[in-house]
Design a protein around this ligand. Structure first.
Ligand code: A3P
Length: 314
């Protein structure tokens, strides 16, 4: 029940319009507080940073785009809503996972983005740009973060953008941009490091996941996620195979073949994305099919340098 004044909204609109811009990825990215993103999302991200009131029960689902967000949304949604739905009645069968979890940029037009009964809220902003209320010391809300091996994340981003543009996007040029830190919600390393450090400082608050580890032992991480979100699987549920059911429902193969994910459209906050672009290959190491050894080495070197001393490796 609160209103943000028209002046505040106008001020934020103008801030977004006047930020440094770059069109190397064929669409304007604006630089805000050290990270690049599309203006369509920024207004809601900034408003939410200042005005979103985090509740102790909120769980923020965070990631750099192309790191496994769709999968993490599906899994967390299926886990927290499993007492309401079984796998035959899950909304995941009818809606793209992005439509099952409220998305923070939508705060620009709707201050009441929470879904009743659902603790999840998703965002791509870096750690320091999360809603202030969520970062306060006494805030008990939780944060789940997924990241991915940078070369695979880069290749996934490249295809995601290239597929959606008419003009050709050169892989070399895209890699240049990525290595300079100019990528969607990048610099990639800053994004990952922000959440990594937070997870080291506050392990009870921030759960840091890697796509590759989740792929290797999904059942383990489904159970860990449930524990972290305060809804652990009971021994009976485990015996009934609920963990496996959720894994299968959310697997790349099942989601990819659903009609909604083949032909539907996701339309968050002024953006428009064909759902099928979220389901490309879903494999570890696809970068080997695209990057020359020199290109791979270039990105590896930068990542090693940026992550050195942090304890985080890929
Ligand atoms: P690829 O482009 O390598 O195939 P995001 O969801 O953050 O946009 O990330 C998209 C990447 O996750 C894509 O990687 C996509 O194929 C993969 N992906 C989508 N759904 C998945 C799932 N259920 N399990 C594993 N990977 C998935």
């Amino acid at each position: 029940d609160f209103e943000i004044s028209p002046e505040t909204k106008e001020k934020i609109k103008n801030t977004v319009l006047n930020l440094p811009k770059d069109e190397s990825w064929l669409t304007p990215y604006h630089l805000y507080q050290g990270f690049w993103t599309i203006p369509h999302f920024l207004e809601g991200d900034i408003l939410a940073h200042h005005f979103f009131k985090a509740e102790p029960t909120d769980i923020f689902i965070c990631s750099v785009p192309k790191s496994g967000t769709t999968w993490l949304k599906a899994l967390t949604f299926a886990i927290v809503s499993r007492t309401h739905f079984n796998t035959n009645s899950s909304p995941l069968l009818q809606k793209v996972p992005h439509d099952c979890v409220p998305f923070l940029p939508d705060f620009a037009t709707n201050f009441d983005i929470r879904e009743p009964g659902l603790p999840l809220i998703s965002t791509h902003v870096p750690y320091t740009c999360l809603p202030k209320s969520a970062l306060e010391l006494d805030s008990n809300c939780k944060i789940v973060y997924i990241c991915r091996e940078p070369k695979d994340a880069f290749i996934s981003l490249y295809h995601f953008i290239a597929k959606r543009r008419d003009k050709e996007l050169s892989l070399d040029k895209a890699l240049d941009q990525f290595c300079q830190g100019n990528s969607l919600y990048g610099p990639y390393w800053d994004h990952v490091l922000g959440f990594w450090k937070a997870s080291q400082d506050k392990p009870g608050k921030v759960f840091f996941l890697k796509y590759e580890e989740m792929m290797k032992d999904t059942a383990f991480y489904v159970k860990k996620l449930a524990e972290f979100m305060d809804c652990p699987f009971s021994p009976e549920e485990e015996k009934q195979g609920r963990v496996q059911e959720i894994m299968e429902l959310c697997s790349f193969e099942s989601l990819k073949t659903l009609e909604v994910n083949k032909s539907g459209i996701w339309q968050p906050s002024l953006a428009r994305v064909e759902n099928n672009t979220f389901f490309r290959k879903g494999k570890i190491g696809d970068w080997k099919n695209w990057l020359t050894p020199d290109m791979a080495e270039r990105l590896d070197k930068i990542m090693d340098e940026k992550l050195s001393g942090s304890g985080l490796t890929f």
